[in-house]
Design a protein around this ligand. Structure first.
Ligand SMILES: Nc1ncnc2c1ncn2[C@@H]1O[C@H](COP(=O)(O)OP(=O)(O)OP(=O)(O)O)[C@@H](O)[C@H]1O
Ligand SMILES: [Mg+2]
Length: 254
């Protein structure tokens, strides 16, 4: 990792789905440790942009650099090994496994990417210790033997975030971690996000403007695949265009 470079740089990144340009010439720079929120109406291209950064989707155009290295054509597992982690809008946990088993699998998968298929027994003990530490750090230790399908939605979301931290990432992409949570669960998730290691850059997709502005210093507003505005939260909050377009999209249909 080269710390003289920004954590993440997107230059004119686009993605087409047939005739639809879902992400359109997006430029975005994120510094190490930055807290950045990505907001915009439904269908604006937020999740697609995450998929381009994490490698689930290939960019049609443009370049993506991570600490100065071009990762535009790297597969998702190679990007994860370099330190890009994410959660998904729809959880990808294994519902019929316990919380601990889910965490162990994530730790094991990330470990394998970095090391070897053949491992001494002691490394399994290391994995178990790592999983236990992770659960402890996220306040999930007492739920470790619960099947994921029996957890509340809020606790499942916390497990999602814990798993994304298993590989000690430098950049964490969180796709609507508060979606569908009760006010109490949302508050608890917000506290958890506030406690994340401050050296890790976090890019958060969030529909609730209050949550986005409370969490992030910098905000990017995406609309129809394009960056409508980007800047410090105070500038973005003051933008009438942003208020009209973003809040306008929140109004119920007539
Ligand atoms: N795999 C795909 N194939 C075809 N079109 C897609 C695909 N994924 C996304 N799209 C389209 O791209 C556009 C952007 O979708 P995307 O999911 O990125 O939006 P979003 O900002 O995350 O929306 P939401 O707030 O509802 O999650 C939408 O028009 C969507 O229908
Ligand atoms: Mg989305």
């Amino acid at each position: 990792m080269d710390c003289s470079h920004p954590c993440l740089v997107l230059e004119n990144v686009s993605r087409d789905f047939g005739g639809l340009r879902a992400v359109d010439s997006v430029n975005l720079t994120i510094q190490p440790g930055e807290r950045h929120a990505l907001i915009g109406p439904n269908g604006a291209g937020k999740t697609t942009l995450f998929n381009l950064i994490s490698g689930e989707l290939r960019a049609t155009d443009g370049t993506i650099s991570f600490f100065g290295a071009d990762v535009t054509r790297l597969a998702p597992d190679r990007r994860a090994a370099r330190g890009i982690a994410r959660t998904f809008q729809i959880t990808k946990l294994f519902p019929n496994l316990t919380v601990l088993e889910n965490v162990l699998l994530a730790c094991e998968a990330l470990d394998r990417r970095k090391f070897t298929m053949h491992r001494p027994l002691a490394s399994y003990r290391d994995l178990a210790q790592k999983a236990a530490n992770l659960l402890e750090a996220f306040g999930l230790a007492q739920l470790r033997q619960e099947l994921v399908r029996n957890l509340s939605h809020g606790d499942q979301r916390k497990v999602d975030v814990a798993l994304s931290m298993a590989g000690r990432p430098q950049l964490l992409l969180l796709d609507e971690p508060m979606a569908g949570l009760s006010p109490g669960e949302s508050h608890s998730m917000h506290e958890l996000l506030e406690k994340l290691d401050s050296t890790i850059a976090v890019l958060l997709i969030e529909h609730d403007m209050d949550v986005a502005f409370a969490f992030a210093e910098k905000i990017t507003v995406l609309s129809q695949g394009r960056v409508l505005t980007e800047g410090h939260k105070d500038e973005v909050r003051a933008s009438r265009t942003v208020q009209q377009i973003y809040l306008g999209a929140e109004e119920p249909p007539c």
